[in-house]
Design a protein around this ligand. Structure first.
Ligand code: DP6
Length: 330
């Protein structure tokens, strides 16, 4: 008899309204809701195989055995799965990631979305998108949005504790056809992880409260703009919300700054192109890379415009992508 196993694929997402700050670190409950576009590039493929012989989980990432903190994070995630499923067996986890890990291109989002999906299937937990999104959230907050295709809103959740845990998940929202060009300013591991930096921002940035109230309003406005198909408003909110997040981060002591001179130049180029009639907007996560938001029909033109201005940068064209899904066999 073969042991229970499953394989799943998930893609990264990039937030138009950012998640930055937790109100519950253990349950990974955010201070605000957020909203993102799941992309069709850089899939993560993860297999989970239960093995009653193992005395700990094993993690193979891109064909290399991983120990230390990364294994610990996967193990505590699978502990939640084991507790819920009543199955105590440890697992072999094999994951293949095509996005440069830790480079601010959301590898933890695709990683935990794929792991939640494969592990739920292998351990016999529910695999509906709400259950998977809630579970993926426990691995990495933004991962709950990678469970969902295209545009996904992550609800902050009602109240605290169990009630909030049950209501904090992502679901799809309608909107115009969007795409992004990702400008890879640096593929190096970032100096300080999102997890650590968002905690420091909440603890020490005097701008954090303003960030939370502003983002709550931005999320409402964004959903209205998406429903109305108002691309201009979607773009303005995207760029402004990202800069507000970076402003809050910059206010941390000791100071944290993710944007590099080239990142700022990319924001400037987006503004110049808008003047010239190509309606693009910039956003950046916790790292120097910049994603340029555009209408899907403008994707090639946008990539070409940035290639002329930034000939040395890797420019990745991405469209809206699928939610996490199980594949047949290994
Ligand atoms: C800047 O989801 O990586 O990309 O929940 O601590 O694992 P943890 O954080 P993570 O943070 C992502 C932050 C962001 C913005 C976003 O994706 O919304």
């Amino acid at each position: 008899m073969t042991s229970p196993h499953a394989t799943a694929v998930a893609h990264p997402n990039l937030a138009l309204i950012k998640y930055w700050g937790k109100r519950d670190h253990d349950l990974v409950l955010p201070c605000t809701g957020s909203l993102s576009l799941t992309l069709d590039v850089f899939p993560t493929r993860t297999s989970v195989r239960l093995d009653p012989e193992l005395t700990n989980d094993r993690l193979i990432l891109n064909e290399e055995e991983v120990t230390g903190n990364a294994l610990e994070r996967v193990r505590s995630f699978l502990d939640i799965v084991r507790e819920r499923s009543g199955q105590a067996a440890y697992a072999h986890v094999e994951s293949r990631n095509s996005v440069p890990t830790g480079a601010g291109l959301a590898s933890s989002a695709s990683g935990f979305a794929a792991l939640a999906t494969a592990a739920s299937s292998a351990y016999g937990l529910p695999t509906d998108s709400t259950a998977l999104s809630r579970l993926a959230r426990r691995g990495s907050g933004s991962a709950c949005r990678s469970v969902i295709a295209d545009l996904a809103v992550w609800h902050a959740g009602d109240g605290e504790g169990h009630a909030a845990d049950a209501t904090s998940y992502a679901e799809q929202v309608p909107g115009p056809r969007l795409a992004m060009v990702i400008a890879v300013v640096s593929a190096a591991q970032k100096s300080i992880s999102s997890r650590v930096a968002m905690k420091l921002t909440a603890e020490s940035s005097p701008f954090f409260d303003g960030w939370v109230s502003g983002t709550t309003a931005d999320l409402d406005d964004m959903q209205t703009a998406l429903t109305a198909g108002d691309y201009t408003r979607v773009g303005e909110l995207t760029e402004s919300n990202a800069l507000r997040m970076h402003a809050a981060i910059n206010g941390t002591r000791p100071a944290i700054r993710y944007l590099a001179p080239t990142s700022v130049a990319l924001f400037d180029a987006a503004a110049e192109l808008r003047e010239d009639g190509l309606e693009v907007y910039a956003t950046a996560d916790a790292g120097p890379n910049v994603a340029i938001l555009c209408r899907e029909d403008d994707l090639e033109r946008t990539r070409a415009a940035f290639a002329v201005r930034f000939p040395d940068l890797d420019l990745i064209a991405a469209r809206s992508g699928p939610g996490a899904y199980l594949t047949e066999g290994e």
